[in-house]
Design a protein around this ligand. Structure first.
Ligand SMILES: *Cc1c(COP(=O)(O)O)cnc(C)c1O
Length: 238
């Protein structure tokens, strides 16, 4: 284990960030983002003990999942935008869907999951800075803007009622050009939003936070990330 130097340094960084926040390393799931990587790249990291891999294109996920179906403990996470017509692929092959960005997709995915007789876990994607290029429910001013918060709450309450989709928490992507100071504010706002929802909305129990990528996972962990999605820091530049 940990013969791969990139993976080792990611684990070291996770351990240190968790320690700074008085958190346990075992509360943090490392998801290796394998989009664009070869089968051999994936197998090498699997051999190091990593079991969660993420893709952002349905067809790529399907073909990799089929080819590696014999590795029954390998789990596929889907982190990209999803069109209605591709919900069946995610329903068939994914174990976790990180990017619910509209109710329609959650409904469609839920009904496809019923067809395939599968359950998956899921995150609701939040656009925490209002960046135009990002998907997710806009919550850049949720502490003041009651409409933003109410929209999110209503969507979550509806999704929570859908069969087969087990809501774990919220997911976000920080803007690529954020400063460290901005990243602290962004991830703390996500953490506050999560706590708010779990404490103030009845019947909501979704305490997990999918946030943190190669450039910002250490800061995300300091603010409570439970699922970090890391590509380049493990596999190298794309
Ligand atoms: C590509 C991607 C990642 C990983 O990005 P890296 O910079 O390679 O770590 C994480 N999350 C999402 C949603 C992505 O699309």
């Amino acid at each position: 284990m940990n013969n791969n130097p990139c993976l080792k340094s990611v684990y070291d960084n996770i351990t240190h960030a968790a320690a700074r926040a008085n958190r346990s390393m075992s509360d943090i799931s490392l998801i290796a983002v394998s989009k664009t990587r070869t089968m051999q790249d994936i197998l090498d990291i699997y051999a190091e003990g990593v079991r969660f891999f993420a893709e952002n294109r349905p067809q790529e996920l399907a073909s990799k999942a089929r080819e590696l179906a014999h590795l029954t403990d390998l789990q596929w996470h889907y982190i990209g935008n999803l069109q209605s017509r591709d919900c069946k692929i995610i329903a068939q092959y994914a174990n976790c869907f990180h990017s619910i960005d509209r109710l329609k997709i959650a409904r469609r995915l839920s009904s496809q999951l019923e067809l395939y007789d599968r359950n998956i876990t899921a995150f609701v994607q939040v656009n925490i800075t209002g960046e135009k290029s990002k998907s997710g429910f806009v919550c850049d001013d949720w502490q003041n803007n009651k409409d933003q918060l109410q929209t999110l709450v209503e969507v979550i309450q509806e999704i929570a009622l859908l069969p087969r989709l087990n809501l774990l928490g919220l997911m976000t992507m920080a803007p690529f050009n954020s400063t460290e100071e901005e990243l602290h504010i962004i991830f703390q706002s996500m953490s506050d939003l999560s706590v708010y929802l779990n404490n103030n909305v009845s019947d909501i129990n979704m305490p997990y936070l999918s946030m943190g990528m190669s450039g910002d996972y250490q800061i995300a962990i300091e603010h409570g990330a439970t699922h970090v999605r890391i590509g380049r820091a493990i596999f190298g530049e794309r």
